[in-house]
Design a protein around this ligand. Structure first.
Ligand code: ZN
Length: 263
């Protein structure tokens, strides 16, 4: 592991998350000066660097964090898809009501830019983040039936006690014809999702579940869980559609995209 990687891991594990959020906007670009050059390009902010920065609380991934917009691999992959899939892009650009749950800052900034003429149609929500417009538990959403056209809910369901309840809520508030983006970490070596609430030691949970606060490890049945809520769900290995050169240039990682629709 590089010295920068070790330092970043130490910082992530030592400094409280809220303090990190306050300094990240100016501190990360400074570290990024070590990576000036060409070879990598962020499809969200357009930054070009020799490499992306390393990132990770446990296993540090090299070539992960954009030093300008702080995007990670999955954010760049998703944004590239959203902006290059004609029907999805046209839907976003028609400025329908969008609910972004636990918004990733790098994506939120881009959505706010797109929605600058209709800021009330882009709604952010979180359990407690002061950055969000609304605060609620995704298992009980205080919004009317069929009131939202686009829902973005990435890397949330693995934290939620009942993901089926959360999915039913998102299905309920989505308008017919609506579309959702619901990424989650999936272990593709598992056929079925694993959960065991009898394991309570945070260290043991981190080892088994990948993170101490993950309720489950999704397996290949993740797509079925999305469908079970009523959605038409598709899994897209979007990174596989690119050449090795472009996959490396954007550092897309290997997450799959999960797109849902309410018919
Ligand atoms: Zn960027």
């Amino acid at each position: 592991m590089s010295i920068v990687g070790k330092t970043i891991r130490w910082v992530l594990n030592t400094i409280p998350r809220t303090a990190l959020q306050r300094v990240a906007d100016w501190a990360v670009p400074i570290v990024g000066l070590l990576y000036l050059g060409k070879g990598r390009e962020c499809p969200i902010c357009g930054a070009q660097r020799r490499k992306f920065l390393p990132y990770g609380y446990g296993n540090v991934r090299e070539d992960a964090l954009c030093p300008r917009c702080l995007s990670l691999e999955r954010h760049r992959l998703l944004w590239h898809y959203l902006m290059n899939n004609k029907s999805v892009r046209e839907k976003i650009e028609s400025l329908p009501t969008t609910l972004h749950i636990a918004p990733e800052v790098c994506l939120m900034k881009e959505f706010k830019r797109i929605y600058s003429s209709a800021p009330n149609s882009y709604i952010t929500a979180d359990l407690c983040s002061p950055l969000a417009d609304m605060h609620f538990d995704v298992q009980s959403i205080p919004m009317k039936d069929s009131s939202v056209d686009i829902i973005i809910c990435n890397h949330i369901l693995e934290h939620v006690e009942s993901d089926s309840k959360a999915l039913c809520e998102m299905y309920r508030i989505m308008r017919p014809g609506g579309v959702g983006v619901m990424l989650a970490p999936v272990d593709y070596t598992r056929e079925t999702t694993f959960e065991d609430d009898t394991i309570t030691d945070p260290k043991e949970r981190a080892e088994i579940f990948g993170q101490y606060d993950h309720r489950r490890v999704y397996g290949k049945d993740y797509l079925n869980r999305l469908s079970a809520a009523g959605f038409e769900a598709v899994e897209i290995d979007y990174a596989a559609e690119f050449s090795d050169y472009d996959r490396t240039r954007y550092s897309f990682g290997c997450d799959h995209l999960y797109i849902v629709r309410k018919i």
